[in-house]
Design a protein around this ligand. Structure first.
Ligand SMILES: O=C(O)C(=O)C[C@]1(C(=O)O)C=C[C@@H](O)C=C1
Length: 363
């Protein structure tokens, strides 16, 4: 036996030993989570099992303890899955997302809740809201803004008619690929299907590589991938999940014009989330139509040194809501300085609603 094979055997024995230890520790952890569930139920028969603030703390702690060789994000992803399985033991979590299957929103849902969550596709954003409001699912996931294409107006508009809370956020790096099926003639591609936002995100690449192909907008990237299965002269722009789901081949990878192309998704639910330590708050404010309204609204944030991360204006759909602003800022409503700012804003606005305070996306 050569030296290298002795080493290999020894190393594999060590790995077997470690796997046994990891297995025992994960089982012990799962046992603890089950006990946590009993404690929660003993206090409240309608106990809430999913705790976004605790999950964010667990993942941040793992990332700060990690010393390699795996990188911290990779390590956090492994713990994400362990926690997801532990939560499923407490209560299987149902999550509605903007479908169909294979969309980036499904990818975001799984990134946030882990693979043990039961994810259910919905045909439209308002359907995701409705399912959560009706209690048919525990949580929902909807896209809210893309770094290249901007805000998803439909999501913001739906918040105006809903009493739902934001419980979390997740940011997903969006990589688009050009996909074909096994029957596609790759030298004869004359039609490309995708979602309008994805066409927007890959405009320059398409102009350079397929200037003459017809660009056909469809309701989702997954739908685009599905259509390509049956057409020999068509391709689709979609992500990894859709490619795998429909067994398509990637003939060009990462064709988005901006390498940092990412989409932010919101987790919506019926629960208010306690402070995690690094939180964000989203509010919607209606101001009367008068000069200086926006300045009046923002001035208290500036004075209390609160960091705004986003502000969007949407047309009001009722008489009362003249100007409607969606504002995100760092901090939690339970922090005194945030509570003070909101008190001031309330005096200046015709309407103020806190959509939610929630942990800043960790992964
Ligand atoms: O700490 C809790 O409340 C738990 O239920 C345990 C646990 C975990 O596995 O760490 C599981 C699910 C919750 O969402 C948060 C954390």
């Amino acid at each position: 036996m050569s030296d290298s094979s002795i080493n290999l055997d020894e190393l594999r024995q060590r790995i077997d030993q470690l796997d046994g230890d990891i297995l025992r520790l994960i089982s012990e952890r799962a046992d603890c989570a089950q006990k946590v569930a009993h404690v929660k139920l003993a206090h409240d028969k309608d106990a809430v099992f999913y705790r976004p603030e605790r999950e964010a703390q667990v993942l941040r702690r793992i990332m700060s303890l990690n010393q390699g060789p795996l990188d911290s994000e990779e390590m956090a992803r492994l713990f994400r899955e362990i926690m997801s399985a532990c939560l499923a033991l407490e209560q299987p979590i149902k999550v509605a997302y903007l479908g169909p299957e294979g969309t980036f929103t499904q990818q975001a849902a799984l990134k946030h809740f882990g693979e043990s969550a039961i994810s259910l596709p919905m045909a439209a954003i308002d359907e995701v809201f409705r399912e959560v409001e009706a209690g048919a699912v525990n949580y929902g996931v909807v896209p809210v803004e893309n770094s290249t294409e901007g805000v998803v107006n439909h999501t913001l508009d739906t918040f105006m008619d809903s009493s739902i809370h934001i419980c979390g956020e997740v940011v997903l790096r969006i990589h688009h690929h050009l996909l074909i099926s096994d029957t596609t003639r790759r030298d004869k591609i004359s039609r490309i299907y995708s979602h309008p936002q994805s066409f927007g995100q890959c405009r320059k690449w398409l102009d350079a590589h397929y200037p003459h192909a017809e660009r056909v907008p469809v309701s989702s990237n997954a739908e685009a991938a599905k259509l390509v299965k049956t057409e020999w002269h068509s391709a689709a722009i979609a992500g990894d999940m859709a490619a795998k789901l429909y067994g398509l081949e990637r003939i060009a990878d990462k064709i988005e014009d901006r390498p940092d192309n990412s989409t932010r998704f919101l987790i919506i639910g019926n629960q208010q989330v306690p402070m995690a330590g690094e939180d964000k708050t989203s509010i919607v404010v209606a101001m009367r139509n008068q000069p200086g309204a926006l300045h009046d609204l923002l001035e208290p944030f500036h004075r209390h040194k609160i960091d705004l991360t986003r502000i969007e204006t949407r047309p009001s759909r009722t008489g009362v809501w003249n100007y409607v602003f969606f504002i995100d800022f760092k901090g939690h409503v339970d922090e005194p300085r945030v509570a003070a700012v909101l008190e001031e804003v309330k005096l200046r606005a015709s309407e103020l609603r806190v959509l939610g305070s929630y942990p800043q996306g960790v992964l």
